[in-house]
Design a protein around this ligand. Structure first.
Ligand code: UN1
Length: 517
């Protein structure tokens, strides 16, 4: 155990979460087993080895999928409010273990402890939401065109749902999917990121314990671990009717093709290239807070991170100077230490991508306003700490069009009115999150209108990140079109059935057709 791990109580957190030195990364809810290679999890905080997890083999997966399919048959017959009651009990455990889990998220993934706790809070919130939802999985009733007929729709559970999640939200995204899928009556198989395997095992430990204590059939919460080849076992398998995948656009395109090829369903939540439009009517102080948190929070590794700042020419210099000044106050270092604002990137590959973006933007004619670079020396031994950077750039630059998962903010000018700003904002392939800072009602409404932002999330006077669980989360274009979390996102985890019942003694046909025998 490293010095930092000792100082910040990581050993205690690991113990409370039931983690061992070597953990099995395959689980059907009751059993944990695994016969694959060992994945070592190193912390980007200090480079220390935290623990090991054994990956899932094909044979292991076969056991998981057959247990999940069997478990589903029983789970689906339990009334939804009773399934909600199990999720409520699971949530009690999340509340109890919020601190150790938030700490492990911070140490294994590198986000600040505050953000780690915030992520666990998102789990708690979605579980609360799911419990209420378990009494509201409603369909519509329609008027039949035939006399003496009743027509309505109902939602039935879908089956085994595959969840693929990324390293940057190693716990919340799992629960956005599973909390809903469980109350809907589905079984879930989760493949978390191989970069954060211990947080996955920690979550599965909680679910497995609560589920088996409450008589939930085995297989309703399953875990598989490993690289993309493990994910493929699931995407290729016809016994998994829905794959919910969060990650890069590149990964999403592969998953979409594979699953569509067998006519399965996908829920895709992929890359973003999120912008804040700053108009002459913006509150500058709030703009700075929203933009800086959006760009450097989670070290720029949220899919909702602010990547572009589109500022009106009249206030361009003022906003630019204020944001640059705010960057001067950022403290970069150990994310478990609450004095720091910015922790490390996830790994050295990520550092490479970050450096490449800085090089590229200059090559394409951009101007660096806040110098980037990798930090070295005491406290930065992992080699993953980088300086958040700002560059003046043009929207059409290839690197600006691309999502770099790092704290690089591009700032650009717009002339004219909000329509001109929107052209820039919408002029990228991704369509996840967007924001406008303005106190002008007309500008705000135009931003939200049909000709406005083309993103799934469009905020007024808030930054691009930090969405609440109550809304549907996701975006358009290269972001994949899926919606997770709140609103009616639950419907994707169920199959809709239209029922028409004839309570007469005749058989009248629809569309006025006569067929007398
Ligand atoms: C993600 O980065 O995949 O809106 C999810 C936010 C968070 C979720 C981000 N609630 O920033």
């Amino acid at each position: 155990m490293s010095q930092i791990a000792k100082e910040f109580g990581i050993d205690k957190a690991l113990k409370e979460l039931g983690l061992k030195d070597i953990n099995n990364g395959t689980s059907t809810g009751k059993d944990f087993f695994s016969n694959g290679e060992i994945i070592e999890s190193y912390s980007p905080v200090d480079g220390a080895l935290i623990g090991k997890v054994k990956a899932t083999t094909k044979e292991d997966f076969e056991k998981v999928i057959s247990t999940a399919s069997e478990g589903f048959k029983e789970w689906r017959t339990l009334p939804a409010p009773q399934r909600g009651e199990v999720v409520r009990k699971f949530n009690d455990e999340l509340r109890r273990l919020k601190e150790p889990l938030g700490k492990l998220v911070s140490y294994e993934m590198g986000k600040s402890y505050q953000e780690g706790l915030g992520e666990v809070q998102e789990m708690i919130d979605i579980c609360d939401f799911a419990v209420g939802l378990s009494r509201q999985l409603h369909g519509l009733t329609m008027h039949s065109e035939r006399p003496g007929h009743r027509m309505y729709e109902q939602y039935h559970p879908l089956g085994v749902v595959g969840v693929i999640s990324a390293f940057n939200f190693p716990v919340a995204v799992w629960s956005w999917n599973t909390a809903l899928a469980w109350v809907c009556g589905d079984a879930c198989i989760w493949k978390g990121s191989e970069k954060t395997p211990l947080t996955s095992v920690a979550c599965q430990n909680i679910a497995a314990r609560v589920f088996s204590e409450n008589g939930v059939p085995e297989g309703i919460s399953c875990l598989i671990t490993g690289d993309h080849t493990v994910g493929e076992m699931m995407t290729k398998d016809e016994r998994v009717p829905l794959i919910s995948a969060t990650g890069s656009t590149r990964m999403g395109k592969i998953v979409a093709k594979e699953v569509a090829g067998r006519l399965g369903k996908t829920l895709l939540e992929l890359g973003g290239n999120n912008a804040i439009i700053v108009t002459p009517d913006a509150n500058i102080k709030n703009t700075v807070i929203g933009a800086v948190f959006g760009a450097v929070g989670t070290c720029g590794q949220r899919c909702t991170s602010t990547r572009r700042l589109i500022v009106h020419e009249d206030i361009y210099d003022k906003v630019k100077d204020a944001v640059v000044k705010a960057y001067g106050q950022l403290r970069i270092g150990n994310p478990l230490d609450e004095n720091n604002h910015v922790g490390p990137l996830i790994d050295k590959d990520s550092v490479k991508n970050y450096l490449n973006a800085l090089k590229k933007v200059e090559e394409e004619g951009g101007k660096v306003l806040v110098e980037g670079g990798v930090l070295e020396g005491e406290g930065y031994e992992s080699g993953c700490y980088v300086k958040p950077a700002i560059a003046e750039a043009e929207n059409h630059f290839e690197i600006v069009q691309h999502e770099t998962f790092a704290p690089v903010l591009y700032i650009m000018k717009y002339k004219g009115d909000v329509t001109d700003a929107l052209k820039l904002q919408n002029g990228v392939r991704q369509g996840l999150s967007s924001a406008i800072m303005t106190n002008n009602l007309r500008e705000a409404e135009r931003f939200l209108s049909v000709e406005g932002s083309d993103c799934g999330i469009s905020n007024v006077n808030i930054g691009t990140s930090g969405a609440e669980i109550g809304g549907a989360f996701g975006g358009e274009k290269d972001t994949g079109g899926g919606r997770e979390s709140g609103s009616d996102a639950w419907k994707v985890y169920m199959r809709r059935q239209t029922n028409t019942i004839n309570y007469t003694t005749e058989l009248p046909l629809a569309q006025g057709i006569k067929f007398d025998l």
